[in-house]
Design a binder for this molecule. Structure first.
Ligand code: AMP
Ligand code: MG
Length: 338
């Protein structure tokens, strides 16, 4: 208890002084700074080597705090926040003019969520100001789900990490664009996550809110969605053909070496000069909730075993909304899909 209180105090002081800290949440660890200190926000981008066009999520500890950073809150946000907050749902809403545009990458909207982690909530409440936080990994690399992952990722930058244990959910929040129109609410899922479209529909129906999901969204409304992301340091190859034996897969990969870049969207991937001769299998639990919780940690562990590549066999049983949220990450982490 004493140690936790001291760690919370230390985190608060670092934030006050304009620093960044590793923040535990139920999704993944964040790299957090106070939204009211521009130099601290800038530090998030430089520490992560993240491009400025990729907006940050603002983390709050109460609905009142969320209202302060939005220009319009509205009945749909109220209904969804009541049910899903604290939790892994980020709502993109009109930005209050006081929110620094560095956080929103110049957009007129702001992404907000209330994390479901006692330490994160206590820290934000103590600080009294929302914290902007993207995932605590170098841009394009695998997200962190433990304090140790964050320390390793930023060992050169010496980032203080508030240790809140392993993340319960294991993948980033669902990002939902919410537009209150005169006659209905228009919704778009900008990023899949633990909260599913069916969960959102059920709650809005129960609350009697008229809504419509829009599939096609303007790319400008959803920046930061790169084709590649979450990548381990060695190539991850997704095999969708179950009868393709690992040896055959390696042969195919070596034939396609030219399709296996050493750098993807400015993220470096180790590619052995003499071809790919060894592999490690990435195996996931049959239950998608467990598989999601383990995913990033497994990816890091398997990548660290000194082999040339990682093979993941996609199975026919891995279907449904939950697996889709996970495969959204897995496919982006892959260098090649066979
Ligand atoms: P990360 O913090 O790394 O999980 O990334 C946060 C993601 O949330 C960004 O890459 C965007 O895709 C999304 N996001 C945050 N704020 C906004 C916004 N105002 N409009 C659209 N998407 C947003
Ligand atoms: Mg991220």
């Amino acid at each position: 208890m004493q140690a936790i209180n001291e760690a919370l105090k230390k985190a608060q002081i670092i934030l006050e002084e304009g620093g960044v800290i590793g923040l535990p949440t139920e999704t993944v660890y964040g790299l957090a700074a106070r939204i009211d200190i521009p130099s601290a926000i800038e530090k998030i981008f430089t520490t992560k080597e993240r491009p400025f066009f990729d907006p940050l999520i603002v983390h709050v500890s109460s609905i009142d705090m969320a209202k302060k950073v939005t220009a319009y809150w509205g009945p749909a946000s109220e209904a969804l926040a009541e049910v899903f907050w604290p939790g892994p749902l980020t709502m993109v809403l009109p930005r209050d003019p006081s929110v620094n545009t560095m956080i929103t990458s110049g957009l007129e909207t702001v992404g907000i969520r209330m994390p479901n982690h006692p330490l994160a909530l206590e820290l934000i409440q103590e600080v009294g100001v929302p914290l902007a936080a993207p995932s605590a990994n170098k841009f394009g690399k695998t997200s962190p789900t433990s304090a140790g992952h964050v320390r390793v990722e930023f060992k050169n930058e010496n980032v203080f990490v508030l240790d809140g244990g392993d993340c319960d959910i294991g993948i980033e929040s669902t990002v939902l664009l919410v537009r209150h129109r005169a006659d209905k609410v228009e919704l778009s899922i900008l990023r899949r996550g633990h909260i599913l479209r069916s969960d959102l529909e059920r709650v809005l129906n129960e609350k009697g809110i008229t809504f419509e999901f829009l599939e096609k969204i303007d790319k400008r409304e959803s920046p930061g969605h790169m084709k590649h992301h979450y990548m381990p340091p060695i190539p991850l190859i997704v095999v969708t053909e179950p009868n393709l034996k690992p040896d055959q897969a390696l042969k195919l990969i070596n034939n396609k070496m030219s399709e296996l870049p050493e750098e993807i969207e400015s993220v470096k991937i180790q590619k052995p000069k003499n071809g790919i001769h060894s592999y490690e299998l990435l195996k996931l639990s049959a239950d998608p909730l467990l598989a999601t919780r383990e995913f990033y940690a497994q990816l890091r562990e398997v990548a660290a075993r000194g082999k040339d590549c990682i093979l993941f066999y996609r199975e026919d049983s891995q279907v449904g909304e939950r697996w889709e949220s996970l495969f959204d990450r897995l496919n982006k982490a892959a260098s090649l899909i066979l």
